[in-house]
Design a binder for this molecule. Sequence first.
Ligand SMILES: Cc1ncc(C[n+]2csc(CCOP(=O)(O)OP(=O)(O)O)c2C)c(N)n1
Ligand code: SF4
Ligand SMILES: [Mg+2]
Length: 301
Amino acid sequence: MNQKAATAAGAGAGGSDTAAPPAPDVREAHAHPKDRLLRSDRLPHIWCPTCGIGTCVSSFVEAIEESGIPEERFAVVSGIGCTGRVAGYVNLDSFHTTHGRAIPFATGLHLANPKLKVVVFSGDGDLVAIGGNHLIHAARRNIDITIICVNNFIYGMTGGQLAPTTPHGARTTTSPYGNSEYPFNVPHLVASCGATYVARWTALHVRRMKQAMVAALSHRGFSFIEVIAPCSTLYARKNRLGTGTDLMKFYHDNCEVRHGANTAEIDIGFQEKIVVGKFVDIEKPTFLDRMGANLAQRRGR
Ligand SMILES: Cc1ncc(C[n+]2csc(CCOP(=O)(O)OP(=O)(O)O)c2C)c(N)n1
Ligand code: SF4
Ligand SMILES: [Mg+2]
């Protein structure tokens, strides 16, 4: 037994006259101010260094605090993907559902208990590709839920394949010669379907993103925030866009804040200007408002 171990063993057995100081609580010593809203026992998280998803989560937990909505009223729903892991890291009632089905799951929660503040936090593939049909119908019905869509321009979790959000010309693992398709302009898609709050920010705009989240959480009706955060590992590498810092510099130099912009004019081209801002913020009866009014009318009340 070496000297150190012998001393420790002696102290532990009560054989020393100097009591050992209590072991420091490492978790407490390293407590983060947002730990209350995060499942820190699940950390470290799976996200790559410089990925924008973590930044969105940070803005989201700040928005929850700032919204004044009691935490027990929140329900967070995610689908499958890198972004889909958000549900597992927030210390709220949360649900990690199947790929593309976060919106119907969230709709069910909302209809069963309209007092809940149901938030869908998921990726572009989950919401706009496999889940696209659910997205357009939830927007059309003005279901009172909030959607936060991290658009990283690809399917991140499965290896960086082409998504319906990949900019024209961009390289992905399944488009080595560049994407020949037209991508969705997601804010325009949801706005045309009937979304009543629509905004777009990037992972650089942490404060604006948080403010948009606070606004979306207090909005009655279908609110949608697109956060542009190109996958810094797969998309950036395939397209030789540099490091996470280079991506941030790109947003800084190429984003144009244009509140109220016509969503038809905010397509995202490969390495072109990105229009950000709040595009839609209107009041309109929600799905449940319309259903209630319709039933009351039929019953003659
Ligand atoms: C029904 C079904 N189809 C396909 C998959 C495989 N899959 C898992 S995540 C994913 C795409 C993820 O892309 P996105 O939603 O954009 O999330 P990201 O990882 O980019 O954040 C796919 C195709 C699956 N899990 N389930
Ligand atoms: S693979 Fe891309 S999207 Fe997924 S965690 Fe890494 S950087 Fe983020
Ligand atoms: Mg994606």
